[in-house]
Ligand binder design. Structure first.
Ligand code: AP5
Ligand code: MG
Length: 215
């Protein structure tokens, strides 16, 4: 069973690697950031609440995120494993997730921590372009699409995320260091953590993840 968390700062490559992991292992990809962006696009109440925090690069309040994530985990497709991306992000969220899983006779099997230096994170995020239709991630220099402004996979329009400007990116990284980094210690103690160097190129990072998760 693969019940996995992808941990790592904004821009570490969680979304990029998640796409490859779900393809290889056939488990659902659960990104709380994606769920919020979907709700913002649809104009739901949840989207309106989340947007003000996201635009500032701050965390959406714990209780709201925990509710969204645990509701998603109850869906049928999570019975044989799942990949969490961007959740949990605070020790409180991690504790609530553990309680939730325990109450369903379940647990987290692996936590992958993808590490990348701050300067590179800033360069990656300010140059990122995402597909408006399928959400695929590109980078203007590092991972350019075959045709500028157009998604390689679905032909959708590539746009810049609202929180990928320099000011918000810097704040997101500070918030990560302050509120999310303590999770490294939390999962180290739980014995489920694997550290991965996220600066070695897309395929090398993926190969390291596969050796941590097993073929
Ligand atoms: P979320 O959507 O989770 O954003 P994030 O954590 O800031 O991470 P990103 O999605 O920006 O980066 P990534 O690691 O996925 O990198 P990517 O693969 O795209 O959260 C957004 C917001 O929602 C939060 O700020 C918060 O407000 C809210 N939120 C979400 N979850 C929450 C929670 N649990 N609690 C509270 N609030 C929550 O790659 C980045 C770039 O680098 C791309 O351009 C990519 O092409 C490039 N790249 C990737 N890999 C490589 C590589 N190996 N080499 C070179 N370039 C690479
Ligand atoms: Mg992401």
């Amino acid at each position: 069973m693969l019940r996995t968390i992808l941990l790592g700062p904004p821009g570490a490559g969680k979304g990029t690697q998640a796409a490859k992991i779900v393809e290889k292992y056939g488990i659902p990809h659960i990104s709380t950031g994606d769920i919020f962006r979907e709700n913002i696009k649809k104009g739901t109440e949840l989207g309106k609440k989340a947007q003000e925090y996201m635009n500032r690069g701050e965390l959406v309040p714990d209780d709201l995120v925990i509710e969204i994530a645990t509701t998603r985990l109850l869906e049928d497709d999570c019975k044989n494993g799942f990949l969490l991306d961007g959740f949990p992000r605070t020790v409180y969220q991690a504790e609530k997730l553990d309680e939730f899983l325990q109450s369903h006779d379940s647990k987290i099997d692996n936590v992958i921590d993808i590490a990348v230096g701050k300067d590179e994170l800033i360069e990656r995020l300010t140059g990122r372009r995402v597909c408006k239709s399928c959400g695929a991630s590109f980078h203007v220099v590092n991972i350019p699409p075959k045709q500028e402004g157009i998604c390689d996979y679905c032909g959708g329009e590539l746009i810049q995320r609202a929180d990928d400007n320099l000011e918000t990116v810097t704040n997101r990284i500070d918030v990560y260091e302050d509120q999310t980094m303590p999770l490294i210690d939390y999962y180290e103690k739980a014995g489920t953590l694997t550290h991965i160097d996220g600066s070695t190129g897309l395929d090398n990072v993926f190969a390291d993840i596969v050796s941590a998760l097993g073929e």
